[in-house]
Design a protein around this ligand. Structure first.
Ligand SMILES: C[S@@+](CC[C@H](N)C(=O)[O-])C[C@H]1O[C@@H](n2cnc3c(N)ncnc32)[C@H](O)[C@@H]1O
Length: 212
């Protein structure tokens, strides 16, 4: 694992992840919904891989690189996908060459950034993608049950007790974040979750973008 930028420590809402993983260990329960079918040998990048929930279901034939801002997350991700190339890096400033990947996954990472950072991550994801490659995006929508919980630090972006921030998306914002790419799919998914007997709505925006 490499450390990308030793001179600039991450902002507090990013450091909060390391504290959270150190305290709680593997934090993400549940299973990942389907992944897209990609050809064998595809070069795949996951941005913000966390403890490796998505990594763990990627087919063994994919050649996987994953980055995260948290070293604690990468230690957990290593167990989930031992053959992945793991990098300690900020998705807003990737230490990776341009046009290198067939697919980039950004699942529930962009939503933990401030607006300017989301724009940077979108640009970086597009930069490292090869022409014809695709970005797969998923993040919570404004309809999600947690929208509004915590202290609002920017529009539709809330900080909760741990210091982690979460932004809740509208579909239009996703198009703007990846402007320059062609939108292949955008939709808002909804499902329900029962917590202490109460049925609550979960909702995420899902998008697929293609680089021409
Ligand atoms: C909700 S977890 C998502 C995990 C994973 N993508 C999955 O689908 O299971 C969000 C992860 O994004 C990471 N993260 C947040 N900001 C980041 C940044 N600027 N660059 C890289 N990783 C970041 C956090 O450390 C955390 O592990």
């Amino acid at each position: 694992m490499e450390h990308q930028d030793k001179l600039r420590p991450p902002a507090d809402h990013l450091q909060a992840w390391d504290r959270d993983y150190a305290r709680r260990g593997r934090v993400w329960g549940g299973s990942v919904k389907d992944l897209p079918a990609l050809p064998e040998g595809s070069l795949v990048l996951e941005m913000g891989c966390g403890d490796g929930k998505t990594l763990s279901i990627m087919p063994p034939s994919w050649r996987v690189t994953a980055i995260d801002i948290s070293m604690q997350a990468l230690r957990l991700a290593r167990q989930a996908r031992p053959d992945a190339s793991l990098l300690l890096a900020d998705g807003c400033r990737l230490p990776l060459q341009s046009d290198g990947f067939d697919a980039v996954f950004a699942f529930h990472v962009t939503g933990h950034l401030l607006q300017a950072e989301r724009q940077s991550l979108g640009k970086e994801a597009a930069r490292v993608l090869r022409p014809g490659g695709r970005i797969f995006f998923r993040d919570f929508s404004r309809e999600d049950m947690r929208m509004g919980q915590g202290e609002e630090v920017e529009e539709a972006t809330f900080r909760r007790g741990s210091g982690i921030i979460t932004h809740y998306f509208e579909e239009g914002e996703v198009a703007a974040m990846f402007s320059g790419l062609e939108m292949d799919l955008i939709r808002t998914q909804r499902w329900s979750m029962r917590i202490r007997g109460e049925k609550l709505l979960r909702s995420e925006v899902e998008a697929v973008l293609v680089k021409s």
